[in-house]
Write a protein that binds this ligand. Structure first.
Ligand code: MN
Length: 260
């Protein structure tokens, strides 16, 4: 029997454009417990009232080693984790811990960006690089990217080099037939959604996914997730907590997937 632990990773020191994602976990938690909604998922589960769902609080985020070792400790206790970023750079230390426990995992990555830069502005650990670090470290058996709409020639080369399955936004129809096996991890950058649905992100990239398209991807998964992260929420850019509310709904629906 596993439990789901919600963990905050208030870290935005690797953001290349704007700071603010470190403030996200507290704001998403507030939206999760807001009286504006109720606790039911669309598929009829109530994770927030389920004793298997626990809030493990925020991690200490001095450096990647600290993040990775705390995630590993939670996994060793039998938790499946929903991690709230933080910028996307945190996915690398989180997946390092997952790979220690599960071996190379399959990753479904929803994002406007490939995050496959070898380095960005001189920093190999920039939030533009985590999937490159994960792939070159052999932490993922399979990487499927969905919603991508900003690939540069360098990132196309990186995707080919690492054998990434890229479903660019312009080819979204291809996502309808995606199939996954265990162990499957979801990394969800909120800028994968269109800024009309998720204004509270640092990098607005028009032409993205709708909330409904992301929910359909989550609902359609036939395998339970072993973990997920929701990253890049930047409260400074939000309007009336719309994006915090979106992130909170995604927490519920992802937890619903994990609980079956
Ligand atoms: Mn992104």
């Amino acid at each position: 029997m596993f439990t789901i632990a919600l963990t905050g990773i208030p870290f935005d020191r690797k953001s290349s454009f704007l700071q603010g994602a470190a403030l996200a976990p507290a704001r998403i938690r507030a939206a999760l417990h807001s009286g504006a909604g109720n606790s039911w998922t669309e598929l009829g589960v109530t994770p927030l009232e389920d004793p298997r769902f626990q809030d493990a609080g925020d991690l200490h985020v001095e450096d990647y080693h600290a993040i990775s070792s705390q995630i590993a400790a939670l996994l060793a206790q039998g938790h499946r984790l929903i991690s709230l970023g933080g910028d996307h750079s945190v996915t690398f230390p989180v997946v390092q811990a997952y790979a220690q426990v599960f071996g190379p995992i399959d990753i479904l990555h929803i994002d406007a960006h490939g995050d496959l830069y070898h380095e960005f502005e001189g920093d190999p650990f920039s939030h533009a690089c985590p999937l490159a670090r994960i792939m070159e470290s052999g932490l993922a058996r399979r990487l499927v990217q969905v919603g991508i709409r900003t690939l540069t020639p360098h990132q196309r080369e990186q995707a080919a080099r690492f054998g990434v399955e890229t479903i660019e936004m312009k080819d979204m129809h291809r996502a309808a037939t995606l199939q996954f096996d265990q162990p499957l991890y979801l990394s969800l950058d909120l800028d994968g959604l269109d800024p009309a649905f998720a204004p509270g992100v640092s990098h607005h990239e028009p032409g993205g996914l709708s909330t409904r398209q992301v929910l359909e991807i989550i609902h359609r998964l036939e395998t339970p997730l072993i973990g997920a992260d929701i990253v890049e929420y930047n409260p400074h850019r939000d309007w009336a907590d719309m994006t915090a509310t979106l992130a909170a709904k995604l927490v519920k629906e992802i937890a619903g997937n994990m609980l079956g």
